[in-house]
Write a protein that binds this ligand. Structure first.
Ligand code: PMP
Length: 386
């Protein structure tokens, strides 16, 4: 079979060097090679998240959800938590927090929209919240929350500002130290573009201080079990609490090496231009982008298409060699699909994706304006060198 272009919302578009770095002959987790892969990955993750050396990075076996659940380690029993939810993954914070002895309030946005800053500000300035948890890019809709502004507004009212950056970190700007974010997290397979298998987070000194208190966390994801080990890796040594995702860590090491070479600034710019070009093509086709205009992310686009069977459409795209994601937001589930343009995305992927969408829709009898790839190419030609 010829290789497929994977433009799902993560994993998305692979990089051979990054994916193949996961295959190492006979390397154990106590080896010097693994210790340095962990050190490079932890240091690199601080770079990707704009965290200074006072932040403690963690790499845990699992996925983004493990990193989310590990946040419980920082929160005392009975705390009040404000969740800002712009969709299905914002709701996941609620699902996690509600398993623990905490009081939760959730502010929710409609599909394609974000909870307004004023609403968050009003709620949090009541002064009763211990933490605010939010999602930088809501993967169910492609909405990007301006986490810098939210953090600025809530910072003085709460102990901890927590950001799920699973669909954004590595493709959107994240400046944890500068923006006053205590905890931000992701998964290896998303915009970091590495093999699946790890959850990653960074924690500010304020957050780390909270680990001294009583824990309401479960056993595996209690960061009290992991923090000494992470510090040992950072110092060039090693340690064990539970088996790390060995291959994935080598893949992350390669990914952060390439990210440093490209620089985060250039990487975010590349994502921005590719996403703009993709949306230009989608609008040229006469289709609608789910996220409101000012809220569109660099990494995920939800595309609304009326009058067709989306599952059938996605299969036709796969036959043409490009895989996209189905819709998951309950309010619009059967009327849209999701496209991931993250990690190692290049202009050629965008052009191929648009051609595929255009021809699959044409085959299904949907009237669309031809030439979407050309609309995208016009944007690329204005930004050479990405
Ligand atoms: N948060 C967001 C924003 C996500 O996109 C995802 C994955 N789609 C998750 C959390 C959960 O991550 P994982 O599937 O790696 O556990």
């Amino acid at each position: 079979m010829t290789s497929r272009i994977l433009m799902h919302v993560g994993p998305s578009i692979g990089n051979y060097d990054v994916l193949s770095a996961a295959v190492q002959p006979n390397i154990g987790f106590a080896s010097p090679e693994f210790n340095s892969a962990m050190k490079d990955s932890l240091d690199g993750f601080r770079y990707v998240t704009g965290s200074d050396s006072s932040y403690t990075p963690f790499i845990l076996p699992g996925s983004g959800t493990v990193a989310m659940e590990s946040v419980i380690s920082f929160i005392p029993r009975g705390s009040r938590i404000l969740v800002v939810s712009n969709g299905v993954f914002g709701d996941r914070w609620e699902a996690i927090f509600s398993r623990y002895p905490l009081e939760i309030k959730v502010l929710k946005a409609e599909a394609g929209k974000a909870v307004p800053l004023e609403d968050i500000d009003r709620e949090v300035s009541s002064g009763k919240y211990y933490a605010v948890a939010m999602t930088q890019v809501e993967t169910s809709t492609g909405v990007r929350l301006d986490v810098a502004s939210v953090a600025k507004a809530v910072r003085k009212h709460v102990e901890l500002v927590i950001v799920d950056g699973v669909a954004s970190i590595g493709g959107e700007a994240m400046k944890a130290s500068q923006w006053g974010i205590d905890v931000c997290l992701t998964a290896s397979q998303k915009a970091m573009g590495a093999q699946a298998g790890a959850g990653l987070l960074v924690a500010s000194p304020t957050a780390m201080e909270k680990l001294r208190g009583e824990s309401i966390s479960g056993y595996f994801a209690d960061l009290r079990n992991w923090s000494d080990i992470m510090n040992k890796f950072l110092a060039g040594g090693g340690g064990y609490f539970a088996t790390p995702p060995i291959g994935t860590v080598f893949s992350i090491q390669k990914s952060v090496d390439l990210i440093r070479t490209e620089t985060m600034e250039a990487r975010v710019r590349r994502h921005e231009i590719c996403s703009q070009a993709f949306r230009a093509g989608i609008e040229h086709l006469g289709l609608e982008v789910l996220a409101s205009e000012k809220l569109r992310s660099n990494t995920v686009t939800g595309v609304i298409v009326g009058g067709i069977n989306i599952a059938d459409f996605l299969q036709r795209c796969i036959k043409r060699g490009v895989e996209f994601g189905a819709g998951v937001h309950p309010a619009v589930k059967d009327r849209y699909f999701r496209v991931g343009h993250m990690g190692w995305v290049q202009p050629a992927h965008i052009v191929a994706a648009l051609n595929t969408i255009e021809s699959a829709l044409g085959e299904m009898g949907k009237k669309v304006e031809a030439g979407s790839a050309l609309a995208a190419s016009e944007i690329f030609s204005r930004h050479s060198g990405i």
